[in-house]
Design a protein around this ligand. Structure first.
Ligand code: BG6
Length: 475
């Protein structure tokens, strides 16, 4: 990336900026992956000077190179709902253009809670900030939108309509940072660059698929954001859908933006909707005990911090193979992984020597301990014949001595390069919203359907029942 740029981050005093965006930008700067001329403008409501803004990132300030990086940071105070901040922003941006003697590329990053998107977009349009450099040409601007894109299907469509009224599709970057994770990108390499897996990656050999997205942390002071969202919208509609798409998609014609997005979209479109009447049977929602006493949570909140879902992907490859997916906060450990559980085919020959209940399992560890493991059955050493499961592991750390590029760094580099391959296309999003909205509607009239669970457990008992009634178990 050599061209100068300015990135305006709305919601710059928030959690995303603190934990992901600014650390990623600083890391890119330290690796000399940013151009000489760049500016980062934090836009938020709080009254702060440039210096006070910079001091918010206390965790980074002791690191080498921070002083040089911090010179590129500025702050713009403004309410998202009032034109004044935007007008002042225009003056700032104009000075950069003047100094450079050319139009500097403008990236507008929406890192606020989603309820502010509409207002920010309206002001970008009204003030013509969206057009960039006063040339009536929008080619010098890009808009970056963080998830959740809307609250349900209807609001997602409205948001998309608004975006496309102001920007061309090639300027719109809908971020799902899970697509930027090495391990998620590796799913395709693993599946399609190794001929031995494809023939068994289907309903003929698979019993079911499990995905677990577990976090030890709770909502960590993000009550304002989280309570209006819940885990299903926060990680289900986006990160989990993308994991499902990577595991279930067909081989794309090429590694180009459209071919890859086409295949992802096909899987999401093929999800068998859970009709409202079946929601209770196929979906479990939970809330950890103590959630109601967290900061900014209404005392009667029904927001879920855990969800487990059973569903099907209606493609020839996966027809009738159940997917069991669960996501939760305050779980016993941090783990995001996908497991393909193969039909137990332990030969009759071995039945009396103890065929384990579960046979081959292929687990893709998205994080931590990024890697892949395959569970096999082996003869236990000894005079007598006895069988026992063993695992064969590949870990990024051991094989490559690195975990790879941090997801937000990849996301930012792709934005700078204008590469949309790892960003959501609007049809992928509307299909996933359609699926999720049915579940949300099923919950609407069933306020009592939310189960409490103890912190540090794998969610409510009902989540076990969801899979156990089919004669299976969470791994
Ligand atoms: C974010 C969610 O998108 O992803 C958070 O809003 C969640 O609630 C986070 O904790 C998980 O991302 P990662 O990269 O830390 O696994």
């Amino acid at each position: 990336m050599n061209s100068p740029f300015v990135m305006i981050i709305f919601g710059a005093t928030g959690d995303l900026m603190q934990n992901k965006l600014l650390p990623a930008l600083f890391s890119l700067f330290s690796q000399k992956k940013l151009p000489e001329e760049f500016h980062i403008i934090g836009f938020s409501r709080r009254e702060l000077s440039d210096n006070e803004f910079t001091n918010l990132f206390i965790g980074l300030s002791s690191k080498e190179g921070w002083g040089d990086f911090a010179k590129h940071l500025q702050y713009q105070r403004g309410s998202f709902e009032d034109v004044n901040g935007y007008s002042e922003l225009i003056e700032k941006l104009n000075t950069f253009d003047k100094k450079l003697g050319a139009c500097i590329t403008r990236f507008f990053y929406l890192a606020t809670p989603p309820q502010h998107y509409e207002s920010i977009l309206n002001f970008l349009q009204k003030t013509k900030l969206s057009e960039g450099c006063g040339q009536r040409s929008s080619k010098w601007t890009r808009i970056i939108v963080e998830k959740p894109f809307g609250k349900d299907l209807e609001t997602a469509i409205a948001l998309d309509k608004k975006l496309s009224e102001i920007f061309e599709e090639k300027q719109i970057f809908r971020v799902d940072h899970y697509l930027g994770k090495e391990t998620v990108q590796n799913i395709l390499a693993f599946r399609f660059a190794n001929g031995i897996f494809d023939p068994v990656w289907n309903k003929q050999y698979l019993d079911h698929v499990q995905i677990t997205f577990a976090e030890k942390k709770g909502i960590e002071g993000r009550g304002n954001f989280f309570d209006g969202v819940g885990i299903l919208r926060d990680v289900g509609q986006n990160h989990l859908m993308q994991l499902v798409a990577s595991v279930a998609m067909e081989q794309p014609k090429s590694f180009t933006k459209e071919d890859l997005r086409d295949e992802r979209a096909k899987v999401i479109k093929a999800l068998k909707y859970i009709e409202e009447k079946d929601v209770n049977n196929q979906v479990v929602r939970g809330q950890y005990k103590g959630y109601l006493s967290e900061k900014n949570i209404p005392p009667n909140s029904n927001t879920e911090t855990f969800a487990a879902i059973k569903f099907f992907v209606n493609t020839p490859r996966f027809q009738n193979v159940p997917f069991y997916v669960r996501a939760g906060k305050k779980m016993p450990r941090n783990t995001v992984e996908i497991s393909l559980i193969f039909l137990q085919t332990c030969h009759i020959l071995f039945k009396e020597y103890g065929c384990p209940e579960i046979g081959n399992v292929l687990t893709i560890k998205i994080q931590p301990d990024e890697g892949i493991s395959i569970r096999m059955i082996a003869k236990k050493p000894g005079i007598k014949l006895a069988l026992e499961p063993v695992t064969m592991d590949f870990t990024y750390q051991e094989a490559f001595m690195t975990k790879g590029v941090e997801a937000y760094e990849k996301v930012l580099l792709d934005i700078f390069a204008g590469d949309q391959m790892l960003f959501n296309r609007s049809d992928e999003l509307s299909s996933s919203w359609e699926f999720i909205t049915k579940i949300l509607n099923g919950w609407k009239d069933n306020e009592s359907g939310i189960m409490n669970y103890e912190q540090g457990t794998w969610g409510p008992q009902e989540a076990n029942a969801l899979i156990e009634k089919d004669g299976r178990k969470w791994l």
